[in-house]
Design a binder for this molecule. Structure first.
Ligand code: GRF
Length: 221
């Protein structure tokens, strides 16, 4: 079976990129990272692509339309079938978003639709929610909107600051993103009327928790 070709767009650290690269090191994983694009020169995440010998490019664009044109050409040339935004911090051109409709996903560090936009973890702490997490969703023109594919949950603990909550969520992100991409690559993800149905998914496959469910239950209930 040919593996689904991923194009990963980053702006910084690239730990989610690293998680996708690690997942695809398993030959049975149904997707592989074919191209990495950063909009920032010197983004730390580029080192992950380098180390794994994955073609990568830096497009420090001025205008969203310039980026869209250049990134679109590179993605097409690399045969990319699914674009994964992984800490990509620029607004994308509306035509670009439309041209990758249902073929572009993003990971966001909150349980969407709660806390879209910047500083999602800070927003969660300020709101006093007891649980937060992360969401992988298809990308639509409106920031952090779009059909939800999978979510991971974490408790918000007494005394958490933004850094502590971000770290707890990030650990789940690294499991959730490869899982969501796997579901797509296996052809199990169907979008209908703005929501997603996942064929044959068992609950643990759709909800990833940190700490793991069992430990969480012991600790809280
Ligand atoms: C992650 O928290 C992701 O959810 C958000 O940006 C951060 C990127 O981290 N969109 P990294 O660059 O993948 O380490």
């Amino acid at each position: 079976m040919p593996r689904l070709k991923l194009g990963v767009l980053i702006s910084g650290r690239g730990s989610n990129l690293a998680a996708l690269i690690a997942a695809s090191a398993d030959p049975f994983y149904p997707a592989e990272v074919a191209l990495v694009i950063s909009n920032r020169d010197g983004a730390a995440g580029l080192a992950h692509a380098e180390r794994a010998n994955i073609p990568h490019a830096v497009l420090p664009h001025r205008e969203p339309s310039d980026f869209a044109r250049e990134a679109g050409a590179l993605l097409r040339r690399s045969g990319v079938e699914l674009v994964c935004l992984a800490g990509f911090m620029r607004i994308l051109d509306a035509h670009f978003v439309e041209s990758w409709r249902d073929r572009m996903v993003n990971i966001h560090p909150s349980l969407l639709p709660a806390f879209p936009g910047l500083h999602a973890q800070r927003q969660a702490i300020a709101a006093g929610v007891r649980f937060s997490g992360c969401t992988v969703h298809f990308v639509r023109a409106e920031v952090d909107s779009g059909p939800i594919i999978a979510q991971g949950i974490v408790p918000v603990c007494e005394g958490d600051d933004e850094e502590a909550l971000s770290a707890r969520i990030l650990e789940v992100e690294h499991r959730l993103y490869p899982l969501a991409v796997k579901l797509i690559a296996e052809g199990r993800v169907k979008i209908a009327g703005g929501t997603v149905a996942v064929a044959g998914a068992l609950a643990p496959e759709l909800a990833v928790t940190n700490p793991a469910e069992e430990r969480l239950a012991r600790r809280f209930f």
